[in-house]
Write a protein that binds this ligand. Structure first.
Ligand code: FE2
Ligand code: FE2
Length: 239
C-alpha cells in the first residue's frame, strides 16, 4: 500500500525468520523510509489519535443535530443518527475502547502513579456510560421518525455525550497516551502499531480506520455536513 505497509510486511516476514534478521531489516526499512518518502511513520499513538478524529466527527454530527431536534424533531432522518451510533459502537466502543485502550493502554497507565490510575478509572467508567448512551440512541432511532416524546430527552443525551467525550478524548490525547508511550522505545511502538493493525484486521477484515472514515463521510453527506467551509464563522464585529 505504501512505505508503512511495506515496513509492516517486512517486520512480519522478519519475525518469521528470527531475531537475527530483524535488526538489519529494520535498519534497511529505516533507510528506505527516510530516503524515499517524506511521509512520517505512523506510530501507535498516532493511530489512536486519528481514531479519535472519527469519534469526534460522530460527536459533531450529534452536536449539529441538537438545535434541529429542538426546532423540529420530525424533520430529522433517524437512519443517519442510527448509522452514526452503529459506527460509534463498532469502531469507537468495541474496537478503540475495548480492544485497544482497555486491553493495552489503561493496564500500563494504571501502574504509573495515583493521578494516572485515577484517569484510567474515570475513563473506563465513561466508556461504560457511553455504551449505555449508545444503546439508548440506537433504541430511539429505530423507527421511521423520532417520536416527540424522545425529542427533548435525546437532545439532553446528545449534549451530555458530546461534553463527556470532548473532555475524554482530549485528556487521552494530551495526558494518557503520552504517558503510556514513555513505557516503550520507538521500535517497540512500531511493533505495537503492527499488533493494533492485526487486531483491526481481525475485527473488521480490512482497514478499519479507512472504512470508518468512509462511513462517517457518507453520513455527513446525508446530513449536508460534508462541506467544511460551512463551519467557517463570519468575521467578528469591529471592537
Ligand atoms: Fe477512551
Ligand atoms: Fe480514546
Amino acid at each position: 500500500m505504501n512505505i508503512n505497509q511495506d515496513r509492516r510486511d517486512l517486520l512480519r516476514n522478519s519475525a518469521l525468520l528470527g531475531v537475527a534478521v530483524i535488526a538489519p531489516s529494520l535498519a534497511i526499512a529505516d533507510q528506505k523510509t527516510s530516503k524515499d518518502s517524506n511521509e512520517p511513520e505512523a506510530t501507535a499513538t498516532e493511530d489512536l489519535m486519528r481514531e479519535h478524529g472519527v469519534i469526534r466527527r460522530a460527536l459533531l454530527i450529534y452536536a449539529e443535530t441538537v438545535p434541529k431536534l429542538r426546532q423540529n424533531a420530525s424533520s430529522i432522518d433517524p437512519a443517519a443518527l442510527r448509522r452514526t451510533a452503529q459506527l460509534f459502537r463498532t469502531f469507537g466502543e468495541d474496537y478503540h475502547e475495548k480492544m485497544l485502550e482497555e486491553q493495552h493502554i489503561f493496564p500500563l497507565v494504571r501502574k504509573q502513579g495515583a493521578i494516572l490510575q485515577h484517569y484510567a478509572d474515570v475513563l473506563t467508567a465513561q466508556h461504560a456510560r457511553g455504551r449505555e448512551i449508545t444503546d439508548y440512541i440506537l433504541a430511539v432511532t429505530h423507527g421511521g421518525k423520532i417520536g416527540s416524546q424522545h425529542a427533548e430527552p435525546l437532545t439532553k443525551v446528545f449534549e451530555g455525550f458530546v461534553r463527556m467525550y470532548e473532555n475524554h478524548a482530549a485528556r487521552e490525547d494530551t495526558i494518557v497516551f503520552p504517558a503510556w508511550k514513555t513505557n516503550f522505545t520507538d521500535k517497540q511502538l512500531d511493533e505495537i502499531s503492527d499488533q493494533f493493525e492485526d487486531i483491526e484486521h481481525k475485527m473488521f477484515g480490512k482497514d478499519g480506520f479507512e472504512d470508518a472514515e468512509k462511513k462517517i463521510s457518507n453520513i455527513e453527506g446525508l446530513l449536508g455536513l460534508q462541506d467544511l467551509s460551512q463551519f467557517t464563522p463570519p468575521s467578528p464585529p469591529k471592537p
